[in-house]
Design a protein around this ligand. Structure first.
Ligand SMILES: Nc1ncnc2c1ncn2[C@@H]1O[C@H](COP(=O)(O)OP(=O)(O)O)[C@@H](O)[C@H]1O
Ligand SMILES: [Mg+2]
Length: 275
């Protein structure tokens, strides 16, 4: 098997007395889409903030291309090709689409020592990135506040996927979007995959996961409950795991909470789970 792009191993994180994550492991390959699902407070956002350098884990390690990688700051993560699209888009309303995409990474005329930003080139690149995702291009000089929710999501995704991202994390990318915009976001995830970009999608909409992901990982109370390949599961099974906080195939294997759990989870991934 090839080395995963990213591997999180036994990640734990507490906030004071609150244990947000207990020994969570997750791996993802280039060009793979993983859905991360679970109830509120399951630990999804915390896990992804660790991967994007916002939080430091209390324990565990992160491997990039099979090598240990420190992600102490968001700049470290960005440098490693890991980008996060936040739930609220984190855009600056008064700035244009182009300015938002290039915020903090403006292209300069004649190289790094120049004081002049290359507006024409940034406009052209911004348009290219949005089109590459199959998203509707808002006029790139428009202030973001004047664009629709779907267009703002397009800008947020374009910003994250510009600059050669290798992994894009999306936290609830379809929340608050209309149906047509939801379809565009799902299609954009497919485009990223086809470009070899890995994507982790957090979503309360199980349809997002079923339509876009290769694999789903279920979290509850800071621990991994189970994992499924999408072709090997259904929406109702995932919902059951989210709510019950356990993997029904563990019980079917007769393993209870013991060692059988791990074996059943592995079997599920290979499609060899018992009927
Ligand atoms: N910055 C923080 N300070 C204190 N507690 C936090 C913080 N971030 C998350 N938590 C707690 O950690 C747990 C997991 O939260 P979170 O990762 O946001 O879950 P999810 O995204 O799955 O809803 C929750 O109990 C939450 O209250
Ligand atoms: Mg969250």
């Amino acid at each position: 098997m090839t080395v995963p792009l990213i591997e999180m191993r036994n990640i734990s994180k507490s906030f004071g007395a609150v244990v947000a994550l207990r020994q969570v492991s997750l791996s993802i390959a280039a060009g793979e889409v993983v859905g991360l699902v679970g109830d509120n407070a399951a630990g999804k956002s915390t896990l992804m903030k660790i991967l994007s350098g916002v939080y430091t884990p209390d324990a565990g390690e992160i491997m990039l291309d099979g090598r240990a990688q420190a992600l102490a700051t968001p700049m470290d993560a960005r440098g490693a090709g890991i980008e996060m699209v936040y739930q609220d888009f984190a855009l600056v309303p008064e700035l244009s689409v182009t300015q938002n995409i290039f915020l903090g990474r403006e292209l300069l005329q004649g190289g790094l020592r120049s004081k002049f930003v290359d507006k024409a080139k940034m406009r052209e690149r911004a348009t290219h990135w949005i089109e590459r995702l199959g998203l509707r291009v808002p006029p790139v000089d428009t202030p973001v506040r004047a664009t629709s929710g779907g267009q703002q999501q397009a800008v947020a995704i374009a910003r994250a996927t510009a600059f050669d991202a290798r992994l894009v994390i999306m936290d609830e990318p379809t929340a608050n979007l209309a149906a047509a915009a939801i379809e565009k976001v799902r299609a954009a995830i497919g485009r990223l995959r086809s470009h070899g970009v890995a994507v982790i999608v957090i979503s309360h909409r199980i349809e997002d996961i079923l339509e876009t992901a290769d694999r789903a990982i279920v979290l509850k109370h800071g621990a991994v409950v189970g994992e499924r390949r999408i072709e090997d599961t259904r929406g109702d099974e995932l919902v059951h795991m989210i709510v019950a906080g356990r993997d029904p195939r563990d019980a079917a294997a007769g393993g209870g909470d013991g060692d059988g759990a791990g074996a059943a989870a592995d079997g599920g991934a290979g499609g060899s789970a018992p009927p």
